[in-house]
Design a protein around this ligand. Structure first.
Ligand code: AMP
Ligand code: ZN
Length: 286
């Protein structure tokens, strides 16, 4: 059997390993293909592709973008796009600006709560590893270092996650916009980690998939580090019902999610190489 991992984050967003290191880890794990899916940026792809060519690991272009559906945020994965496409890069630049504004609001909230933390400190944390995208895991790292919280999960539960005291929603595009920006660059959209979705009131996964399918959704991430066998089977059945591609990813973030490993997630994850092949085949016929 051959395996792949189609969701990984590098130092270009909120992971702690460089793109090259991710490819090395994929190689060490024996994966045939991998996708780098940094949040809101494609800047790590060149390094990942070069490393992939040197090490014999197929690297698929990827990105993770937040969408808004019924007032709730959910993540979409984009694959197989041309990262040089102007329209895609312009849209990503707008999303990145929205993220910067949101980060400043998070700082304002933390400071209003009496915590001594500056945006410069959080940017410096992301910059340490040449990251251009500053996200909540960077806030969490600085908050631990400064003793505002004892551990990462506390930073999210008390402050940064939805319902937390310093939570600010991210600028999110509509599913249609997300699909269009990826399609215009020759790519496709996949619904990320369905288990983590917080559904709008009165909406089920079936409603969501029906609506997203009509917006142009191409696939669903059935294999995921936090999905049980039963949940995976359920998502595979839904993929079949809605004629969606099946994908899978670990959501590896290095030290920012230390319990998750490339390719194997929390230990039991195995993502068939067929998932990578299906993405590439879809691209060639669409
Ligand atoms: P951001 O892109 O700034 O919204 O941050 C998203 C990242 O924060 C995700 O990829 C996770 O690594 C992490 N994250 C989001 N929600 C939580 C949570 N409730 N607990 C722990 N980590 C989380
Ligand atoms: Zn992340």
């Amino acid at each position: 059997m051959q395996y792949c991992d189609l969701q990984m984050h590098s130092t270009h967003s909120d992971g702690t390993d460089t793109p090259r290191r991710l490819v090395e880890l994929a190689k060490e794990t024996g994966l045939t293909s991998m996708a780098l899916t940094d949040h809101d940026t494609t800047t790590g792809l060149t390094e990942a592709r070069q490393a992939g060519e040197q090490l014999g690991v197929q690297v698929i272009s990827g990105v993770e973008i937040t969408c808004e559906y019924g007032g709730k945020s959910m993540d979409m994965l984009g694959y197989c796009f041309d990262s040089g496409a102007d329209e895609l890069q312009e849209k990503l630049a707008t999303i990145q600006e929205g993220r910067r504004e949101r980060n400043l609001e998070i700082i304002d909230k933390l400071r209003a709560l009496g915590h001594d933390i500056s945006y410069e400190e959080v940017v410096a944390e992301a910059d340490k590893a040449d990251g251009k995208i500053v996200g909540r895991p960077h806030f969490a790292t600085v908050m631990i270092r400064k003793g505002i919280v004892q551990e990462r999960q506390e930073a999210f539960d008390v402050y940064l996650a939805e319902g937390g005291a310093a939570y600010v929603p991210k600028l999110a595009v509509s599913p249609e916009e997300c699909v269009d920006m990826l399609r215009s660059a020759g790519g496709l959209a996949v619904l990320a980690h369905p288990k983590l979705i917080r559904f709008p009131k009165d909406k089920t996964i079936v409603d969501l998939l029906r609506d997203l399918k009509s917006a142009g959704l191409a696939g669903i991430e059935c294999y995921y580090s936090l999905h049980s066998e039963e949940e995976t089977a359920n998502y595979l059945a839904l993929a079949k019902d809605f004629d969606l591609l099946v994908t899978g990813g670990s959501d590896y973030h290095g030290g920012n999610k230390p319990e998750i490993k490339v390719g194997t997630g929390m230990g039991n994850l195995r993502i068939p190489q067929q998932c990578a092949e299906a993405l590439l085949a879809y691209q060639s016929v669409s």
